[in-house]
Design a protein around this ligand. Structure first.
Ligand code: FAD
Length: 449
């Protein structure tokens, strides 16, 4: 006899290549559920993007997405009881909060099984390990093992054959809240993500390995928010790239592997969401106090007097996104020029990034600060001026985001040889001096062994 199965959508807001849906649809009629979890802030660009993705999913489901609000450990069992469900189906969450939440829901469900099928990663965290069974700590050997391991082909459930249940009349049902934001977000939802992927794959991927480091060229996919919310699965992208060994495809595959790598690292070391991966850094000296807080505010607002840093920070505020090269430059500036704790910067990023993801963000920060996996060697302190000249060689990116510098032609916008124009600050630090301070502080923890 056919049962009713609940598909609880979380970081998989799509209908194609969706193994969770396949496993539910094989067993019976399907209720599509999303829980607005009280624990997460109901503001900010990421939340807005989420709401738009939910609206897109609801449209694709013909209005049959059951959205409820509350603590998942309370509301998911209520919904399961309401429909007398055979099982609740999810894709596994390996992040610290998600796995705790799922264990709590599993307990609260009692006899109704919580069925985990797949995960938001090409290769689920914990799957790729060294020969001795321990996790990888360095990216390049992880990538080799990840490529050897490979991934499944996309799931092929025909959505039109799924027997969806209409959730009309369910008391707990709420409307998807309205959203408002004054920042420009990427188009939300599965169809928009697939369109963007096809456009990128067909027109831009062949130049990706050369253009991806150039913030002035917009040479990356801009799919990070869609991947964060599972509007498309990385396996779909990797499947499209099968057999391709051209530099663009190789580089893109490698970036998707970074995403899996950091999820794997966080899975094995959940403490590194907030603590240094390298314990030696527990004793490094950071600046704190009112001057440090003033410096932090200037960095947040994009008023450091270093044009490339300010352009990146202003892009973040305006778009909820920042180019990867800029993320590294501004993170290096915060930790090595201003000597502020990496987690201050990571928190600011998480408040503003539409793609904000605990694993990629905290470990991107730790990599740059020198305390993470594969950490940039401590003596590599990015020079913000030469980074600007190298990666924004005509100055177009800076002029786009820092209007005060709009009248300064070419790459001199990075050095401002005639001093800052009216309204734009002097450089807040002397980079050469701060580099020495950073090296001395790293030297102290190295000496302590
Ligand atoms: P593309 O270059 O088109 O890459 C394709 C996809 O690969 C990305 O969408 C992303 O899913 C993945 N990817 C690419 N580079 C990385 C990387 N270094 N680490 C992990 N995954 C990667 N990425 C996030 O998704 N969320 C974050 O919160 C985040 N915070 C970061 C913080 C810092 C300090 C740094 C240095 C990097 C961070 N990244 C983060 C990684 C990277 O900057 C973004 O994934 C990338 O800029 C997104 O743009 P895109 O989709 O155009 O990338």
């Amino acid at each position: 006899m056919s049962t009713t199965e609940v598909v609880w959508f979380r970081r998989d807001l799509r209908l194609s290549d969706m193994p969770t849906l396949s496993s539910a649809a094989d067993a019976g009629r399907v209720v599509a559920l999303f829980v607005l979890d009280d624990r997460f802030a109901a503001t900010g660009p990421r939340h807005t993007f989420l709401l738009r993705c939910l609206r897109a999913l609801d449209d694709d489901l013909g209005g049959r997405l059951l959205v409820v609000r509350g603590d998942p450990a309370t509301v998911v069992p209520k919904i399961a009881r309401e429909f007398d469900a055979g099982a609740v189906h999810i894709s596994a969450d390996h992040a610290p909060y998600g796995s705790r939440r799922d264990r709590a829901v599993e307990t609260a469900l009692g006899d109704v099984p919580l069925v985990r099928t797949g995960s938001p990663y090409a290769v689920s965290p914990g799957r790729v390990v060294k020969n001795d069974g321990t996790p990888y700590r360095v990216f390049t050997p992880f990538r080799r093992a990840w490529l050897d391991h490979g991934w499944r082909s996309p799931a092929t459930t025909d959505v039109s054959t799924v027997s969806w249940l209409d959730p009309d009349g369910i008391d707990l049902r709420v409307d998807i809240p309205d959203d408002d934001t004054d920042i420009t977000l990427p188009p939300a939802g599965e169809q928009a993500a697939l369109r963007r992927w096809r456009e990128f794959r067909d027109d831009e991927l062949e130049r990706y390995d050369t253009d991806r480091d150039r913030p002035d060229l917009d040479g990356t996919s801009r799919l990070s928010a869609a991947l964060k919310f599972g509007c498309l699965h990385p396996r779909t992208l990797l499947h499209d790239l099968r057999g391709r060994s051209d530099p663009g495809a190789v580089a893109f595959r490698s970036e998707l592997c970074w995403r899996d790598f950091y999820a794997d690292v966080l899975h094995h070391r959940p403490d590194t969401a907030y603590r240094n991966y390298n314990p030696r850094f527990e004793s490094i000296r950071y600046d704190t106090g009112p001057d440090a807080e003033r410096a932090f505010a200037a960095w947040q607002q994009g008023r450091t007097g270093f044009p490339i840093v300010d352009a990146g920070m202003r892009q973040l505020l305006a778009e909820g996104w920042m180019h990867n090269r800029l993320r590294m430059i501004v993170a290096s500036f915060l930790t090595k020029d201003l000597h502020l704790p990496w987690w201050w910067g990571a928190k600011h990023f998480m408040s503003h990034l539409v793609d904000g993801d605990l694993a990629s963000n905290q470990h991107g920060w730790q990599w740059t600060a020198g305390c993470g996996t594969d950490a940039a060697p401590y003596f590599r302190v990015f020079n913000p001026t030469s980074q600007g000249e190298k990666f924004d060689p005509k100055g177009d990116y800076v002029r786009r985001w820092v209007p005060e510098l709009g009248g300064i032609a070419g790459k001199s916008v990075h050095r401002l040889p005639d001093g800052p124009p009216p309204g734009y600050p002097e450089p807040m630090v002397d980079h050469a001096h701060e580099r020495q301070v950073a090296l001395a502080r790293y030297g102290e923890i190295s000496a302590r062994g």
